[in-house]
Design a protein around this ligand. Structure first.
Ligand code: E4P
Length: 218
């Protein structure tokens, strides 16, 4: 399973990258705004800065919602850096644009996916990645991880090549559940990635090993 970090913050990206386990980055307009990156030029520059840190796919989201606008914006984003994957919303013109990009060799990430039906459309349109937002589904007391299970089954039934990129991850447990189900990628905040490190028995065990070492060497 590939690990992406879901942030526009360069320090967080550098910290995850330094762990040696980072395969890519996802961003969205809200994450850019959260990090104080506003205005088209600053946002485009941030995409390039991210691409220069991480050797992997970096999702850059279009703002247009009509076919011509999505295509124009997506082509511009894709030309910024070879690592850029164009993030396209799951709307009617978005699906048309996914097919257009797929036919023209531009890699895509279909975002804002909340149902198996939407996931089928994204795969049929040739999306490189599809992003089911499992945390936001849980937020409305539906089953986000259950959607991953449905998608894994459906994609396997037909051999769809689109990679399932589990998004809107809220916790380390979400990451583990996605791994159990066979999601191709998870994109998670740094806190959830680092949360995978934690186990009380590791802390207790390490403390004892170090204490015993000190006893023998004092
Ligand atoms: C995915 O690409 C999105 O950026 C992200 O995972 C959304 O997560 P949120 O629901 O925490 O905003």
């Amino acid at each position: 399973m590939k690990f992406f970090i879901d942030t526009a913050n360069l320090d967080e990206i550098k910290e995850a990258n330094a762990l040696g386990i980072l395969d890519g980055v996802t961003t969205n307009p809200s994450l850019m705004a959260k990090d104080g990156v506003t205005g088209q030029n600053n946002i485009l520059k941030r995409y390039v800065d991210i691409c220069e840190i991480v050797d992997g796919d970096v999702s850059a989201e279009v703002i247009s919602t009509d076919f011509a606008g999505i295509v124009k914006e997506g082509e511009h984003l894709a030309a910024l850096h070879e690592n850029i994957v164009v993030k396209v919303p799951m709307i009617k013109d978005g699906v048309k644009a996914l097919k257009h990009f797929s036919d023209n060799g531009i890699r895509t990430n279909c975002t804002l996916v909340f149902s198996a039906g939407q996931a089928i459309l994204a795969a049929k349109a040739g999306a490189t990645y599809v992003s089911p937002f499992i945390g936001r589904i849980d937020d409305i007391t539906w089953d986000g991880v259950g959607l991953i299970a449905q998608m894994v089954e459906i994609y396997a039934n037909y051999g769809y090549q689109t990679e399932i990129l589990a998004a809107s991850i809220r916790s380390p447990l979400h990451i583990v559940s996605c791994a159990e189900l066979g999601a191709d990628v998870v994109t998670a905040p740094l806190k959830a990635i680092l949360g995978l490190l934690n186990h009380p028995l590791t802390d207790i065990g390490l403390e004892k090993f170090l204490a015993d070492y000190r006893k023998g060497n004092s």
